[in-house]
Design a protein around this ligand. Structure first.
Ligand code: HEC
Length: 136
């Protein structure tokens, strides 16, 4: 059920064109991107949960990420740089964050080097778009 919803949402995200660079979009179907995104998320899941109401770990729960202001998840202690960044999370800002978090917001406390491959970032963002919006 959750999976179906996620897929439906991914299809929706594609149809409204949420930051899917045309070239990459041509190369992979949304199903392939979702599969790959799920694999890439292994890099994040020791620190982040995605489901609504799930707990904060080392990093904040990411439910409702897209369209939210950075550093606002209740009950999580963010660094000042994130809280004061004024960033609103979208596919574009997330793309920049995921290349190399340290360069995007120097002084943040996410101990993560970055997702090196563009296709992996695209797949991860597709996956996150679906899973952080899923309602169960
Ligand atoms: C070692 C733990 C760790 C890993 C691995 C990690 N993060 Fe984080 N993440 C954090 C922490 C800690 C913060 C809070 C940073 C701060 O306040 O400076 C954070 C913040 C974030 C935020 C901002 C959330 C908000 O509410 O503004 C996003 C988005 C995010 N991480 C995504 C990811 C993704 C996607 C991955 C996998 C590619 C990942 N993180 C991997 C620990 C981690």
């Amino acid at each position: 059920m959750t999976r179906l919803f996620a897929l439906a949402f991914a299809v929706f995200a594609f149809s409204v064109g949420i930051a899917m660079p045309a070239a990459a979009q041509d190369e992979m179907t949304e199903e392939q991107l979702m599969k790959r995104g799920k694999r890439v998320f292994v890099l994040c899941r020791s620190c982040h949960t995605l489901e609504e109401g799930a707990r904060n770990k080392v990093g904040p729960n990411l439910h409702g990420l897209f369209g939210s202001k950075a550093g606002t998840k209740e009950g999580f202690r963010y660094s000042d740089v994130v809280k004061e960044s004024g960033i609103v999370w979208s596919s574009e800002t997330l793309e920049e964050w995921l290349v190399k978090p340290k360069d995007f917001l120097p002084g943040n406390k996410m101990a993560f080097a970055g997702v090196r491959k563009g296709t992996d970032r695209l797949a991860l963002i597709t996956y996150l778009t679906a899973l952080t919006a899923a309602s169960e």
